[in-house]
Design a protein. Structure first.
Length: 93
């Protein structure tokens, strides 16, 4: 990677009271994007209060570049895994 400044570790802990996207539940996961990098947590089946407790690591070359939580199935976004219905989106600067 050009001009690597360092690594950014993001701990994805949990979701609380996520939207129901199946009959009674959801299959959420988190997607985090920065530039061309895209990282994803594991899918937690049938849970609206998922606990991932996962560390995801991004390479940082431009500290001014925004980080996007793309999907929660998270673009920092929340999607339902079967239909890819957005649950939400967040950008962190």
């Amino acid at each position: 990677m050009d001009n690597l400044l360092g690594l950014l570790r993001i701990r994805v802990k949990r979701g609380i009271n996520l939207a129901v996207r199946d009959v009674r539940s959801s299959d959420p996961y988190v997607v985090i994007k920065m530039g061309k990098q895209k990282l994803k947590t594991r899918v937690i089946r049938k849970d609206v209060n998922p606990e991932w407790n996962e560390d995801l690591t991004l390479s940082v070359s431009d500290p001014g570049r925004p980080i996007s939580l793309v999907r929660l199935c998270i673009e920092l976004s929340l999607l339902h895994c079967h239909s890819l219905d957005p649950m939400g989106e967040k950008q962190v600067n």
